[in-house]
Ligand binder design. Structure first.
Ligand code: GLN
Length: 295
């Protein structure tokens, strides 16, 4: 069978199953299994496939047609130019999160982030990208999930990035004992989908991605409250930056939550590429506090 024929078969199957971006998913499956780049696929469309390649392509296409995300089927994704191993133990990194890295890097002074903490690292996508962009920074990544940390560690190793990994729960009282204090930059994409929105999620997300990374229970601000709580205990150093990804409906509430914290200033909400309020930034400064005269 020729590449062109199986490509059509896979694309048709995915289209009939209403998989989003059927053509792109078909290209991804074929390129992975026949080991070629998307730009070379057309020039190879007349090539004959081996029987075992046909079997693997059809298996992958079947799994995708049942709404399993192609990143889990093939076991990897690309993020910030890095190749990351992905398993159902971790969330599939989203383009918005890639944008958060840009927002975070823009928010710091050159050389101003020598100690960085990524809370709830999952696949390690944020920590790895920051380390890649700021090679001299000391980057710490934590997560409550041991299987997620294992994937993140593997991704750091494969990409040659030196990151400190710690198992820690932001909702637990011993969080700061485990991860330490005085960070220049704290960045997080915590679980922010309220349980009540579970049924509205696409099956691809709801049925395959880890609930522990997505859902925040009934309180949409639960994880943000836990992070804000640690600011008064030294999570950030004087002048340090906090950069958070949020649910589009709750960016303003997260900003209000931070406004109530002592010594937090320069709170900003930034939009994602779709124009939706998605990121909240803030800086921590005890000096602001004394200047403004608040007690
Ligand atoms: N942005 C993810 C989604 O669309 C959720 C990520 C999160 O909960 N932090 O489902």
């Amino acid at each position: 069978m020729h590449i062109k024929t199986i490509f059509r078969e896979v694309e048709d199957l995915l289209e009939q199953a209403s998989v989003p971006s059927p053509r792109r998913t078909a290209v991804w499956i074929l390129c992975d299994i026949i080991e070629c780049s998307p730009t070379h696929l057309i020039s190879r469309e007349g090539d004959q496939l081996e029987q075992n390649q046909i079997i693997r392509i059809r298996e992958a296409a079947q799994r995708c047609s049942a709404q399993e995300p192609v990143q889990y089927v093939l076991g990897y994704t690309e993020f910030w130019g890095l190749r990351l191993r992905i398993s159902p133990a971790v969330l599939i990194p989203r383009p918005e999160t890639e944008q958060m890295i840009e927002v975070a890097l823009e928010s710091i002074e050159p050389g101003g982030a020598s100690r960085v903490l990524d809370i709830g690292t999952g696949s390690g996508c944020i920590a790895l990208s920051v380390k890649h962009a700021l090679p001299t920074a000391q980057v710490t990544a934590c997560d409550v999930s041991a299987p997620a940390l294992q994937i993140a560690r593997e991704n750091a190793q494969k990409n040659g990035l030196d990151i400190r990994f710690i198992i820690a729960d932001i909702l637990s009282g011993d969080f700061l004992d485990k991860v330490g204090t005085g960070y220049d930059l704290v960045i997080a994409n915590p679980p922010y989908v309220p349980d009540s929105e579970r049924s509205q999620l696409p099956p691809m997300v709801r049925d395959y991605e880890p609930g522990i990374a997505l859902f925040c229970g009934e309180d949409p601000l639960a994880y943000y409250r836990a992070i804000a709580d640690k600011l008064g205990s030294g999570l950030l150093r004087e002048g340090g930056m906090l950069v958070l990804e949020t649910h589009v409906d709750y960016a303003a509430s997260v900003s209000m939550l931070l406004q109530k914290e002592k010594d937090v200033s320069q709170i900003q909400i930034k939009s994602d590429l779709a124009g939706l309020s998605r990121f909240v930034l803030a800086s921590y400064s005890e000096e602001n506090h004394s200047v403004s005269g608040r007690t």
